[in-house]
Ligand binder design. Structure first.
Ligand code: SF4
Length: 451
């Protein structure tokens, strides 16, 4: 198989938005979700009105045609949340507790009712706003109380098994949780923002055919503490707990790492509530994007109860193709999915829904596909932007990346209809930041070690 050419090796021009990553899932964490900034570009009249979103992208490509893979994949959700993983430390982890749960935990260790509310506020602030992991640092809490807290509670972080930094500044962490399960998260710095791509599950049930993560079996849902822990750990690493909000480097979060976040809704919701809380991490919901492969029944709840931006892994405009490459489509077809998008709470031209579209040679990349994409988005009246993602082949994958002339043509057709359709640049390739490769690499190493 001919690998896709490196973007920096291409010579001739095509338009592409810069600085965006290719993700943990093959479609990638995408560091672009700043609707406050981009709303002026919605449904502009033609391609030249959108040149601010574009840079010259070099291109050449001659990848051979791939055959579609006629392989089914399970699409059933993880229905029952699993219990928290066992840990050798019997103390209760305060990370990820809601405020009410924290108050109840304080009651359980004998904190008097008259001071419980105040203590809960103090501890919550130290844990989630100041990022401390040591009760001794809680200087406005009486010394005796700090001792009591330390005897009963802990404030966790995921164990970092591997921390890598790309030549382009992308950082990737392979994290290990208390039961040995592993997941990864990636930080993608850009000039005007820094985006953390967060995982919601260990592995994934959905088996999207182009996605390396989808080849891994689902181990379990991550707990709210483990989801939140990825954000806390990144902020630790970026040393920004004391930074004023305006000087933050981690400015955006995308739930686009391993797993389908809407199959772990409650834990994702709980973690993001803390991220958004004014006494927590204080990140605006407009700077958080949740990406789904199309769990239609949960989409309205996502908008109503969490209120973050929505991204949809669309990847095809015909059911027979999407059935194959996103097997979840067999459960909820494209029309149903787009209807759910059209009624997504809070979506408008200032907060457009992002459609991710991986470019697979000979599968979903024709002019007719591009025109059908435009027709569908217009038909359903969806305030939309499209991200075109060059496919990044991996060992065993059945697909190849579309030719660059094809990607350019596809982008132009969508752009010329007035819908933003930038092509995303992979980030962090030198540290295998694409598509669950780090996790896979760690699994390979373990297998090798076992002989
Ligand atoms: S839903 Fe799962 S299989 Fe599909 S792209 Fe996301 S991580 Fe990969």
């Amino acid at each position: 198989m001919t690998p896709a050419p490196r973007l920096d090796q291409r010579q001739n021009g095509m338009f592409m938005r810069f600085g965006l990553p290719f993700g943990l899932a093959q479609a990638g964490p995408i560091a672009y979700m700043d609707c406050e900034k981009e709303h002026d570009f919605a449904f502009l009249p033609g391609p030249f009105a959108l040149t601010e979103e574009r840079i010259r992208l070099p291109m050449t490509d001659t990848a051979p045609t791939a055959s579609p893979m006629p392989a089914p994949g399970p699409t059933e959700p993880v229905v029952v949340p699993r219990p928290d993983p066992a840990t050798s430390d019997a103390r209760i982890d305060l990370l990820g507790l809601s405020k009410d749960e924290l108050k109840a935990a304080l009651a359980d260790i004998g904190v008097a009712e008259r001071e419980r509310k105040m203590r809960a506020q103090q501890v919550w602030h130290w844990v989630h706003h100041r990022g401390v992991t040591d009760f001794a640092a809680m200087t406005n809490v009486a010394k005796e109380m700090r001792g009591l807290l330390a005897r009963h509670f802990r404030i966790s972080r995921p164990e970092v098994r591997e921390a890598l930094v790309s030549s382009d500044g992308t950082r990737k962490w392979l994290l290990r949780f208390s039961d040995g399960a592993e997941a990864e998260c990636v930080f993608i710095p850009e000039d005007d923002r820094g985006t953390l791509c967060v995982s919601s599950q260990v592995g994934c049930t959905l088996n999207c055919r182009f996605c390396h993560t989808g080849t891994m079996r689902l181990v379990r849902n991550l707990t709210s503490a483990e989801i939140l822990g990825q954000v806390m750990l990144a902020r630790d690493a970026l040393d920004e707990w004391t930074a004023p909000t305006a000087d933050r480097r981690l400015t955006n979060i995308v739930m686009m790492g391993m797993g389908e976040p809407l199959y772990n809704f409650e834990n994702v919701k709980k973690a993001l509530e803390t991220v958004m809380d004014e006494n927590g991490i204080q990140l605006s919901r407009r700077r958080i994007t949740l990406s789904t492969a199309g769990v239609v029944p949960m989409m309205a709840r996502c908008g109503e109860e969490i209120g973050v931006n929505l991204a949809v892994s669309l990847h095809a405009v015909r059911d027979e193709i999407r059935d194959e490459i996103v097997p979840l489509n067999r459960k909820w077809k494209i029309a149903e999915l787009l209807e759910a998008c059209a009624s997504y709470p809070g979506a408008n031209n200032a907060r457009r829904i992002t459609f991710e579209y991986v470019m697979l040679k000979g599968v979903n990349d024709s002019d007719a596909d591009a025109r059908e994409l435009v027709r569908l988005l217009r038909h359903h009246r969806i305030p939309a932007k499209v991200n075109l993602i060059p496919f990044n082949p991996w060992p065993g994958s059945a697909y190849e990346c579309s030719d660059w002339t094809r990607i350019e043509r596809f982008s132009e057709i969508v752009f010329s209809s007035g819908i933003s359709a930038p092509v995303r640049t992979p980030r962090g390739r030198d540290i295998m930041a694409a598509c669950g490769q780090l996790k896979s690499a760690s699994e390979r190493r373990r297998r090798t070690a076992r002989g």
